[in-house]
Design a protein around this ligand. Structure first.
Ligand SMILES: [Zn+2]
Ligand SMILES: [Zn+2]
Length: 245
């Protein structure tokens, strides 16, 4: 499958990641990506960047170094209604946001609570992607999530790092089966993400590709094949924002 974009990448701005902005760009070019997206952790994760990190994205050209660049954030969902941890005036500086549940920021609730947290985050039009929704640490109704993602025009992530044998999100591949079956049923689009914390992993979707192949997932629902498919999702989500947001 053609795979020319990766928008779930962390840099040294998140202090548990190990490559700089420049190293990430260089790695993306070396892997022949057409689009690279940096989504450092929003402030609730320990050691994450200060919120001012997200305010100055205007200095970063979006088409430079011979590659398209988008600048975003990986937001933390912080309650079961789907609130996230950057205020609206900062969210509007981002090209896109990923919203994820992380144990450092919210305890797993019941299936109903976790599902409501994820679907609640989709109601925020700055959110374009739900990060690692198949994480078994947060059991959720993946059928309802896939249906809501289709309705809201939000992408569900197939996160390569989740399927590593040493991942703390053990069991994600099993949950991915349920999630991908529901995505096929509803026509929900997905995005592969590396969740790279070092330049070597930029664009590394090997395990995501394997999970998609094992589940016979249709290529037309994968946005990594064409940058316009991803930009279409951003445009659609932008169209839902109130004026000036
Ligand atoms: Zn995450
Ligand atoms: Zn991440």
């Amino acid at each position: 499958m053609k795979d020319i974009l990766d928008v779930h990448i962390h840099t040294t701005a998140s202090r548990h990641a190990y490559s700089t902005f420049g190293e990430v760009i260089a790695a993306a070019k070396q892997k022949n990506l057409e689009l690279v997206g940096i989504a450092d952790h929003a402030p609730s994760v320990p050691g994450a960047v200060h919120k001012f990190h997200f305010v100055n994205f205007k200095v970063i050209p979006r088409d430079a170094y011979g590659i398209k660049i988008v600048m975003g954030a990986e937001l933390n969902v912080i309650d079961y209604s789907g609130s996230t941890d950057l205020p609206a005036q900062i969210l509007k500086k981002l090209d896109y946001a990923i919203a994820s549940l992380h144990r450092e920021c919210i305890e797993s609730g019941s299936v109903e609570e976790n599902t409501s947290a994820i679907i609640g985050a989709m109601k925020n039009p700055h959110v374009v992607i739900i990060g690692h929704p198949d994480n078994p640490q947060f059991p959720a109704d993946l059928d309802a999530i896939a249906r809501a993602a289709k309705d809201f025009g939000v992408l569900l992530e197939v996160n390569s790092s989740s399927y590593l044998p040493n991942s703390h999100r053990t069991g994600s591949a099993e949950n991915a089966k349920l999630m991908l079956a529901a995505c096929k049923k509803y026509g929900t689009k997905i995005i592969m993400g590396s969740d790279a914390h070092i330049d070597l992993d930029v664009g590394n979707h090997e395990l995501s590709q394997k999970v998609l192949a094992e589940n016979d997932f249709p290529e037309e629902l994968v946005v990594n094949t064409d940058t316009e498919k991803f930009f279409d999702c951003i445009r659609y989500r932008n169209s839902l924002k109130p004026k000036g947001a």
